[in-house]
Unconditional design. Sequence first.
Length: 71
Amino acid sequence: MGTETRSWQEGKCLIFDDAFDHEVWSHADDIRTVLVLDFWHPELTAAESRAMGQILRMSSVIKKLERLMLM
């Protein structure tokens, strides 16, 4: 487990790889907006890329079904 701590500064970006174990907290009273971007790892094989795409599509379908069931 890492011991590095990073802090956001107003007017600046904070970028990190969330593939590693991490925790995030905010002690501010203001609303926090987070932009999450997913990038494909450049060393994925074609088969791994297809499998990950299928997993993401299935996840999206499951979320839609869950929303429909709550209606």
